[in-house]
Write a protein that binds this ligand. Structure first.
Ligand code: IMJ
Length: 260
């Protein structure tokens, strides 16, 4: 059986620019034949909208919609549009994270209650309401994937509240897998990607050190690419992965398994 997503309808969130891991995922899903719905983060000037629309045009998305997961009305609107256009959903790709810049530097104990709540709401909680809204649309054997990072289980310098959010996200994957599996064989998994230069990482001090450390110590002696994460996403959303659910799969050149 070869990897084939033809005829599958998949919602992809979290594309910000051409370095986004979500963009690498969308390209691979399209290459495997999937029909896509794509969301962008709306802002006052429409800058993300214009950029993401132009970037994703070659993938000919069936739907192109605003989605800020802090706005329940926008979340509902996305699934109403999917219901009207497709009447079903075969895949949901969650690539959303945000913490305040001030929370991603220095002491974890300095995290404010507001900063903690916002990081956890956007980066972890959001997967639950998206799955709740998608539930009536999910087809037999549909798949959900989200993105995590090693900071969920190790104390990685400056990752701080995002590490706590990713730990909550990985636990959410297990609870959602337990909830969604019995009825229609819906599978829920996380991909823990190694460090990649993206909008979400380039703003961070020490990312280049982290990348150099991976190049020196990871079994593959290199970082991974957006395309490699995308290929794994395509696999997990395909029928080839029909027995895999509730897992965190590492796409990290093996960095996470080595000592020191
Ligand atoms: C993020 C912070 C600290 C260390 C980090 C990262 N390392 C890596 C990342 C070593 C690889 C990137 N990463 C895995 C993330 O999940 C990033 C999330 C993120 C990034 C920003 C930057 C700009 C901002 N808010 C953010 N919120 C979440 O204002």
């Amino acid at each position: 059986m070869l990897l084939d997503l033809s005829g599958k309808t998949i919602l992809v969130t979290g594309i910000a620019n051409n370095r986004s891991i979500a963009w690498g995922i969308a390209q691979q899903l399209h290459a495997a034949g999937a029909e896509l719905a794509i969301t962008y983060l709306p802002d006052e000037r429409g800058r993300f909208e214009a950029k993401v629309r132009e970037l994703t045009a070659p993938l000919e998305p069936s739907l192109f919609l605003p989605l800020n997961v802090q706005d329940p009305a926008q979340m509902s609107a996305v699934f109403e549009a999917i219901s009207a256009k497709w009447g079903r959903l075969d895949g949901l790709v969650h690539c959303l994270a945000f913490a305040g810049k001030e929370e991603l530097v220095g002491d974890y104990s300095a995290t404010t209650a507001e900063g903690f709540a916002r990081a956890l709401e956007i980066s972890a909680y959001s997967l639950a309401p998206l799955c709740r809204l998608a539930k009536p649309l999910f087809s037999e054997g549909a798949g959900v994937i989200t993105l995590s990072y090693l900071g969920a289980e190790r104390a990685i310098p400056n990752y701080n509240v995002m590490g706590v959010a990713k730990a909550a996200l990985e636990a959410s994957v297990r609870y959602l897998a337990a909830e969604l599996g019995p009825d229609r064989q819906v599978r829920v998994n996380a991909i823990s990607a190694g460090p990649i230069r993206t909008l979400a990482s380039s703003a961070i001090g020490g990312i280049l050190d982290m990348i150099r450390t991976v190049e020196e110590r990871a079994p593959l002696r290199r970082t991974v690419t957006q395309a490699e994460v995308g290929q794994t996403a395509a696999f997990l959303l395909s029928d080839l992965a029909s027995g895999i659910t509730g897992q965190t799969l590492y796409v990290d050149s093996g960095y996470g398994i080595v000592g020191t």
